[in-house]
Structure formats: C-alpha cells, structure tokens
Design a protein around this ligand. Structure first.
Ligand SMILES: Nc1nc2c(ncn2[C@@H]2O[C@H](COP(=O)(O)OP(=O)(O)OP(=O)(O)O)[C@@H](O)[C@H]2O)c(=O)[nH]1
Ligand SMILES: [Mg+2]
Length: 202
C-alpha cells in the first residue's frame, strides 16, 4: 500500500502528552526549529494550504497537531524548538511539550528533522539529531526553503551540513521547497514517496 496524500485530514490537537492519540497506525513526526517550515510541509504534502496554520511569526504551532494520512499513518506537527516569541519561559531550547513528547511517546516510526538549508544548524538542531542517533529513532533529514537558494548554493550548503551534523552516511537526506509561491515544490514528491515506502513497508 502507498499513502494517498490527497487524503490528509486534520485529526486532533494535543495541548499535553495526556491527549496523544491511542492508535496502532504508524506515527511520523515533524521536528525542527520554530519557523523552519514544519506546518508548511504538511500543506505541501496535502497540496492544501488550509490544512496546517503557517505563520511568519516563529512559535505558531504551540500544540501537537495530528493529521491522518489516508488512514494509513498519522503525522504529528510538533511545536518548534528554539526562538519562540510566545513566552519567555518557552524560548529556552526545546518546548516542554516537544521534550515530553519524545520522553513518553513509544513506537515512533519516522522523524522528519527539518533544518533550514540557508543557515548553519543551531545547537538545538545538533542536540535533536544527537538525541535521535542516541535512541536509534529512524529519521530523514529534510532541508527546507531550497527555493531561496540556487541549485549550486543548495549543493554547497548540503556539503556544509554533512560536516556540521553527525548523520550516518546512509541517512536519507532531502532538499525541499514548500513555498506556496513555488508551484514546483521541489523535492516534495521524492520525500512523500520515501515516507510512504518507509512506513508502509511491513
Ligand atoms: N520560501 C519558502 N518559505 C517557506 C518554506 N517553508 C516555510 N516557509 C515560510 O516560513 C514561515 C514559517 O513556516 P511554518 O510552516 O509556519 O513554520 P513552522 O516550522 O511550522 O513554525 P512553528 O509552528 O513556529 O514551529 C512561513 O512564512 C512560511 O511561508 C519554503 O520551503 N520556502
Ligand atoms: Mg508550525
């Protein structure tokens, strides 16, 4: 089976880990700094800009928003880590909810770790990747906002990233654009296919 991304639906909003859905479906998680493009990626997956709320103000997603992927998997859009302006207390490192999520959630099938292609990874990005490596969670690295750079610059940045970040040689790496103004949405189809292959393989 493959995921039909035309059938992404909003599932539920969780303000605390007590609300996490009870399901046997594979779980895919979007993690990354505030403003990196997690919610935009949900919309690019579904080709529907009304699925997830996108904002230029970092810290838009403050809860865990779940989406149902064609009844075959669920997708969790996590609050961003890093520079949330929403409250001072939340601006230090990972949001408490994001932290708690990784502490309690069992059976995560795939983490999509999003990092802005234009900038050196933050300490939080490095910490998140090290955490994923240390607990052996399967992940794909997804470099976002590639439409803001030329193809040559993207290649250069990917080389820089592989020096700064400790990811396995066989780790899956994607360079994508979810920009609403870029109809090509480069890299999105490859990523959709790879996610579907990964979680529907059994
Ligand atoms: N040019 C361009 N802009 C993007 C892309 N992805 C996201 N953006 C923009 O980046 C901003 C933040 O996007 P969001 O999708 O809300 O980011 P987020 O990671 O969900 O942020 P939080 O909810 O704060 O954690 C918005 O202004 C988006 O339009 C992309 O691929 N290209
Ligand atoms: Mg968001």
């Amino acid at each position: 089976m493959a995921i039909n991304y035309g059938k992404i639906k909003y599932l539920k909003t969780c303000a605390s880990v007590k609300d996490l859905p009870d399901t046997d479906l594979p779980e895919i998680v979007l993690a990354g700094r505030s403003n990196v493009g997690k919610s935009s990626l949900v919309n690019a997956f579904g080709n529907n800009r009304k699925l997830a709320r996108v904002s230029q103000t970092p810290g838009k997603t403050q809860q865990i928003i779940y989406f149902d992927l064609d009844g075959q998997a669920i997708l969790a859009d996590l609050p961003g880590y890093g520079f949330s302006k929403a409250s001072k207390a939340k601006s230090q490192g990972f949001s408490e909810l994001c932290d708690n999520y990784f502490k309690v959630r069992k059976g995560i099938d795939l983490v999509l770790l999003l990092i802005d292609i234009r900038h050196e990874p933050s300490n939080d990005d490095i910490a998140m990747l090290n955490f994923l490596n240390s607990v052996n969670l399967p992940y794909f690295l997804v470099f976002t906002k590639c439409d803001k750079l030329s193809a040559q610059q993207v290649r250069k940045q990917l080389q820089m990233m592989s020096k700064c970040l400790d990811f396995a040689e066989d780790a899956r790496v994607f360079a994508v654009s979810s920009s609403e103004t870029n109809p090509q949405k480069s890299g999105i189809n490859d990523l959709k296919q790879a996610v579907s292959d990964e979680v529907c393989k059994d």
